[in-house]
Design a protein around this ligand. Structure first.
Ligand code: F6P
Length: 532
């Protein structure tokens, strides 16, 4: 399959895809899920390429594996776990059996407990030592931080609860900055950690505990925990009534739909949180039911595979023309790179193609004034993914929103069309002539023929955010199945953690640098001489 796809790519690589782009193609190479539009017509994917890519879905058994995932089969084979984050947004409560037991009653009970607690925090019936809770500090990292942090920002227009803050980095500057702005007597600290062992989170949680103890006698009452490890939350001193548990079949980077989303629920309220879940559920239903050529997660994955594994473009830029999605690229970096950054397939063999791409990006229009230069004229092709809302939340500033939309559309058009040498000459022929005209014109040439896709939606509300996040989750799943890898483990983060633990006493000076490589020893020496 890979050879066929690569051969086809070779045969069309020099084609300017703009020449294929009439209205029929725009219709044919786009798809909808509810009110959401996915346009991939500004790529070099033609009907032959699409057929071959869809064949890839068939030969790798994506449909069967999708059904296995939704029904609780342990598709996370290296950890022997099911992958059932979709159960957290299964609002209809249809049974999902795991080893013969329905997981839904527990999921619904936890969601109800979260709702009761969030409501009590929001309406002031649950108070801190100094009265109504004014600030919530979520202490977590990776999947226990990025999802809720991204979503709290994305849904800021719906935010009517206490202020929410996020502490993730073990760098003390992070927690010190956040706590400085809070009053310990009216702050709720949420310790979010699936394992309750992550060193950064546990260190920050203890720092927060000590900070609160200076002013609050019963600190435990102003702590909540989100974790799978009830024994460890109890040992930390958090009463079971404020512990919201989940099971190991929810992966960290897929966990914002359940207890890990508590800070989001407190910020926007249980009803809006359920609307977010409904958006995710709607995308699940679409993913299960839509034909491949109309299936957004499958198409988004196939475009990704075409650009990365077939065309060889190593990165993809995520460019939300929606300032509220400012943290989406960071969130997707974990979702995509921790899931699909693997070099061996499920059976332990080397991958025959590249692993998942480097994902990066920033909101537009800011990026236009920073790195778009390289996207337009650099020597490497960077496939771009634009996200844009038809409407913003500032009705009185709609005209300004239209300018934002125009910029988004202009960028994908510019990437495709480019500007050839003749046009570039015309631009400056009134200022230069002869050899200087040639030289100046060359700097103004845009190669064009650079691919992009656009995800467009009416407005970024909780439902739409749920659709977007579930879309990307399933895209990662499909790409992982095509590559034959396990998207649900993360062994690649282990080595650094082990070495950091071993290095801590060396940095502190309790152990010498014997056995360390020359570079590490010299760095320790420099930092110690400078006061570490
Ligand atoms: O760094 C790896 C990782 O395990 C992520 O997968 C996870 O989201 C993060 O650490 C935090 O883990 P925990 O929620 O257990 O603290």
């Amino acid at each position: 399959m890979w050879d066929k796809l690569k051969d086809h790519h070779k045969s069309v690589a020099d084609r300017r895809f703009e020449t294929m782009l009439d209205t029929a193609r725009a219709e044919d190479f786009s798809a909808r899920a509810g009110d959401m539009l996915f346009d991939y017509s500004k790529t070099n994917i033609d009907p032959t390429a699409r057929d071959l890519l869809i064949e890839l879905l068939e030969v790798t058994g994506v449909a069967q594996k999708r059904d296995a995932m939704f029904s609780g089969v342990a598709i996370n084979e290296t950890e022997g776990r099911a992958v059932l984050h979709t159960a957290l947004r299964n609002l209809d409560g249809d049974p999902i059996l795991l080893d013969g037991d329905d997981v839904m009653p527990e999921v619904q009970a936890t969601l109800d407990r979260m709702s009761t607690f969030a409501t009590a925090i929001r309406d002031g019936s649950y108070v801190g030592q100094g009265g109504k809770i004014t600030d919530v500090v979520n202490v977590g990292i990776g999947g226990s931080d990025l999802g809720p942090a991204m979503a709290v920002q994305a849904l800021a227009p719906y935010h009517d609860g206490p202020r929410c803050h996020f502490v993730s980095n073990v760098d003390p500057a992070d927690i010190a900055g956040v706590l400085r702005a809070c009053d310990p007597k009216t702050t709720l600290v949420i310790v979010a950690s699936k394992t309750f062992t992550t060193i950064e989170t546990m260190t920050n949680a203890r720092t927060a505990q000590a900070w609160m103890a200076q002013k609050v006698s019963d600190t435990g009452a102003q702590f909540a925990a989100l974790s799978t490890a009830a024994d460890k939350t109890a040992a930390f001193g958090i009463d079971a009534s404020r512990v919201f548990g989940f099971e190991d079949w929810v992966g960290g980077r897929y966990s914002m739909w359940g207890p890990i989303g508590l800070s989001l629920m407190i910020a926007i309220g249980p009803d809006a949180f359920r609307a977010f879940l409904r958006g995710g559920q709607a995308m699940d239903q679409h993913f299960k039911a839509a034909e491949w050529h109309e299936n957004l997660p499958a198409l988004l994955a196939l475009v990704g595979v075409w650009h990365n594994q077939v065309c060889g473009h190593a990165t993809r830029a995520v460019l939300p023309y929606d300032n509220l999605l400012g943290r989406l690229p960071a969130y997707l970096q974990q979702l995509e790179m921790e899931s699909n950054g693997k070099g061996v397939s499920m059976d332990g063999a080397d991958l025959p193609v590249n692993s998942g791409p480097v994902v990066w990006g920033e909101p537009g229009t800011n990026g236009q004034h920073a790195f778009y230069q390289l996207i337009h004229q650099g020597t490497r092709v960077i496939p771009c993914e634009f996200l844009v809302a038809a409407r913003g939340h500032e009705d009185d500033l709609h005209h300004q929103h239209q300018l934002l939309v125009a910029n988004c559309l202009a960028q994908s058009e510019a990437l495709m069309r480019g500007r050839d040498l003749d046009e570039a000459r015309d631009k400056v022929s009134d200022k230069f002539s002869g050899e200087e005209l040639e030289r100046q014109a060359r700097h103004r040439v845009f190669p064009g023929n650079r691919p992009s896709v656009t995800i467009a939606y009416p407005k970024l509300d909780p439902f739409v955010l749920g659709q977007i996040i579930a879309l990307y989750e399933h895209r990662v799943f499909v790409e992982g199945v095509i590559l034959g890898i396990n998207s649900y483990d993360q062994w690649g983060v282990e080595l650094g953690k082990e070495l950091a633990t071993a290095l801590q006493p060396v940095v502190e000076g309790a152990q010498d640098t014997a056995g360390k490589d020359g570079s590490t020893a010299a760095l320790v020496d420099f930092l110690q001489k400078n006061g570490v």
